[in-house]
Design a binder for this molecule. Structure first.
Ligand code: UD1
Length: 351
């Protein structure tokens, strides 16, 4: 069996890592296509190097552009790649423009599509990620849901017969990396263990409106301990456009971290403040309290179990210093073997 994975953005490289290993173990031929949506070395190359992911077989090199142009460039670029490789499955990951474009390219060429991380919903139709995930789910042939909640959303949309719950592949890789960095000190200089929070802000809803971004930066600056802001290029670009400084009060900006360093920096932190989907879940898995700067989350289990709080900027500072919640043993994201379940589901559904 031949599977062609399409990835393009930072969280997709993380998800690709355990999939590569599981496919190798299962004897599945694997072609990797990198769309080029993310191209900065700290958003792309370091993930391939640190997570031992083979170099992509194909690089489309699309780069940054408006949603339509970026999605369109990937869609156009995929035709020849699919024609040359004729895989049994195209595997798409998560909810980026690369996900939607690759799914659409494959479905139009009658090549079966599997969507990894299917069924997540924020029900916020203003988010580009929500458009991407809903449209991808409805055009895919196999929906690999990370959780029962995801599967229930798919069932509500009439997609139950195409759904398999496999667990969350980010959990697989996080547990492996956590064990590797457990004895390493925090890679962030000039902070004291347990006395700083790690922050990331990059969502369009939080960065593109100058007033909203300024309110978030002011809130981060007024947290009662040091907040290390790992600045995504979108945030840096938007802050510059809006004339806003990323260093103020207790807020200190820092370049993005490689994945093992990110995990190590969280392990030594007292909290995580973020609008990322992946990081709020990673914080939960590492049992670090998360404060999420969004009105909804797709990872509702993190909130229900008491480890994540959704905030508006006005409540951010108070929530970021709330006491640690009660410990829980729940494993809503699986036990760290989701990638093997993906290999199994693809093999069974290909028959
Ligand atoms: C994308 C995904 C988002 C995901 C995020 C992870 C979409 C719609 N959004 O958002 O779901 O959470 O990736 O990081 O697909 N830039 C660079 N260098 C890069 C990449 C981007 O400088 O390597 C800058 C450019 O100014 C670019 C901006 O960041 O215009 C936004 O990049 P883009 O890929 O469009 O979206 P992300 O915000 O990264």
């Amino acid at each position: 069996m031949k599977v062609l994975s399409v990835v393009g953005a930072r969280p997709q490289f993380v998800k690709l890592a355990p999939i590569c290993r599981a496919f190798e173990e299962a004897g599945i031929e694997h072609i990797i296509v990198h769309t080029g949506q993310h191209y900065d070395p700290m958003l792309s190359d370091v993930f391939f190097a640190d997570l031992s992911i083979p170099a992509p077989d194909v690089h489309l090199g699309v780069g940054s552009a408006s949603h339509g142009k970026q999605t369109g460039a990937i869609l156009a670029g995929m035709d020849d790649v699919l024609d040359e490789n004729r895989p049994d499955w195209v595997l798409v990951y998560g909810d980026t423009n690369s996900t939607l474009a690759a799914a659409l390219a494959a479905v139009k060429m009658h090549i079966p599509v599997a969507h990894l991380e299917a069924g997540l919903r924020s029900f916020n139709r203003a988010m580009p990620e929500e458009h991407n995930r809903v449209l991808t789910d409805h055009c895919a042939d196999l929906l690999l849901a990370p959780t029962e909640v995801g599967a229930s959303h798919l069932a509500n949309e009439g997609l139950a017969d195409r759904t398999v719950v496999v667990g969350d592949v980010m959990t697989d890789v996080l547990y492996q990396v956590r064990d590797l960095v457990a004895d390493k000190p925090s890679p962030v200089a000039d902070v004291t263990d347990g006395e700083y929070s790690i922050a990331t802000i990059h969502r369009a809803e939080n960065t593109d409106d100058p007033k909203r971004l300024e309110a978030i930066l002011d809130a981060l600056a007024s947290v009662d301990h040091t907040v290390v802001l790992l600045a995504h290029p979108r945030l840096v670009a938007k802050a510059k456009d809006h004339g806003l400084s990323l260093d103020r009060g207790n807020l200190v900006s820092h370049e993005p971290l490689a994945y093992p360093d990110l995990v190590a920096s969280c392990l030594h932190a007292r909290g995580v403040i973020t609008d990322s989907g992946g990081l709020q879940k990673e914080a939960f898995l590492l049992r670090v309290p998360a404060t999420t700067v969004r009105p909804q989350t797709e990872w509702v289990e993190t909130v229900e179990l008491g480890w994540n709080v959704l905030v508006e900027p006005g409540e951010l500072a108070a929530q970021a210093s709330r006491p640690r919640p009660a410990d829980v043993d729940d494993q809503p994201y699986g036990s760290g073997r989701a990638a093997q379940e993906v290999a199994k589901a693809l093999t069974q559904a290909a028959r």
